[in-house]
Design a protein around this ligand. Structure first.
Ligand SMILES: Cc1c2[nH]c(c1CCC(=O)O)Cc1[nH]c(c(CCC(=O)O)c1C)Cc1[nH]c(c(CCC(=O)O)c1C)Cc1[nH]c(c(C)c1CCC(=O)O)C2
Length: 356
């Protein structure tokens, strides 16, 4: 008698088509209005959770991003605690760059620091293509999570070409992105070569996640708001469009940046199904800027968690009311959870959003 051996990992590696019809988060991404508005929080994994701090004690950030068991546990921690409508894969936007051999350190309280900033043709030429074998822990982490998550959708993510370029060119976090803009304006050919390579790396990194089974993707162009709309369209949009275009019709695509009030239309046009909005633009105004064919995500001020509950609750309800102006609305903060946030308040926000 032959025994059929089913590899659990391979069996759940495929997308979960049943979820697309039932999960409130995925329905809202497609422009539908489920009975309750779905909610998750950027940076829900990490930072504010004591169980995360205990788990990570003594383990460097980038090491934790290369360990499928840690990735799984850290991604699951906020899901167990807050019961959000989606999980976000625990990683960082610099992980694919580190996998390519770039010397990048994540310095506590500072962020990514690049040992040799990329500022000339030789530096750009060193950015080779990413292949799945460069990041085996990503597919393993996604498959492991799909076994844990049940019917909670999993969001994969990557940094957008401009935001990655800013870290590489500046050598670390930057307020004014001066060297980045200097390169962009003075050597446009080299700039476009750099962004084209980063678009390829980002697409490959997301492809690994989508092939392993994530249910949606979010492209973080966190620092795009530093650009005028004209410069965004000229120097950045074609490259982000290449990334998002690669996943059209495959999984919902969320496109997010901070301070992007003037870029919302353009960020939708490059190929997003959902446009993430920070707290500076009221969500109904944002929905008008984004247009009638895209959902919105956002946009409670991350600092509102420090307000008294009656003030906080009124702000949540205001976001919910304004969100009805868009075809679909995924509730979120306008940027990541602030490190000082009380996790109990996040659980409260989930309850208030679900109560409607
Ligand atoms: C700014 C920064 C980066 N990377 C890092 C920083 C500094 C963080 C700090 O000291 O507070 C380093 C980093 N990144 C992450 C951690 C783990 C601990 C934590 O949650 O703060 C740490 C220490 C997870 C992460 N890093 C990121 C996620 C994204 C997914 C999510 O929303 O959960 C996580 C869990 C993504 C990331 N990573 C980065 C950007 C710009 C983004 C896009 C999101 C944003 O604009 O904030 C670069």
């Amino acid at each position: 008698m032959s025994v059929v051996h089913i590899d659990a990992g391979a069996a759940v590696g495929a997308r979960r088509p049943d979820l697309a019809a039932t999960a409130a988060f995925l329905r809202a991404c497609r422009g539908e209005r489920p009975a309750t508005t779905p909610v998750w929080f950027m940076r829900q994994a990490g930072r504010v959770l004591p169980e995360y701090r205990r788990l990570r004690a003594g383990i460097p950030m980038l090491d934790s991003c290369r360990d499928p068991e840690l990735i799984t546990e850290i991604t699951m921690q906020p899901v167990r605690r807050f019961r959000p409508d989606a999980a976000i894969f625990f990683s960082d936007i610099v992980v694919p760059l580190v996998a390519l051999g770039l010397d990048i350190d994540i310095v506590a309280g500072v962020g990514p620091v690049v040992a040799e900033p990329v500022r000339d043709a030789a530096g750009v030429a060193r950015l080779r293509e990413l292949v799945a074998d460069d990041v085996p822990y990503i597919a393993d982490g996604v498959r492991s999570l799909l076994r844990e998550l049940g019917d909670t959708p999993l969001i994969g993510f990557a940094g957008a070409p401009f935001t990655l370029a800013s870290y590489l060119v500046e050598g670390g976090p930057s307020r004014n992105h001066l060297r980045t803009k200097e390169l962009m304006y003075s050597e446009p050919k080299l700039w476009h070569d750099l962004l084209d390579r980063l678009a390829g790396i980002t697409t490959a990194f997301l492809r690994v996640q989508v092939d392993a089974g994530v249910d949606a993707i979010q492209l973080f162009d966190s620092w795009a708001g530093a650009l005028s709309e004209a410069d965004y369209r000229r120097y950045v949009a074609p490259h982000s469009a290449k990334v998002l275009g690669a996943f059209a019709g495959q999984v919902p695509r969320i496109h997010f940046g901070v301070n992007t009030g003037e870029l919302l239309a353009a960020m939708g046009e490059v190929g997003a199904d959902v446009v993430g909005v920070d707290w500076r633009v009221p969500l109904d105004a944002a929905a008008r800027r984004v247009g009638p064919h895209r959902a919105v995500q956002g946009n409670l001020d991350p600092a509102a968690v420090f307000a008294p509950h009656d003030v906080l609750d009124a702000k949540i309800r205001d976001v919910l009311a304004r969100g009805t102006a868009a075809p679909g609305h995924v509730f979120n903060l306008g940027h990541g959870v602030l490190p000082e946030t009380d996790p109990g308040v996040l659980a409260h926000i989930v309850d208030v959003v679900h109560a409607g």
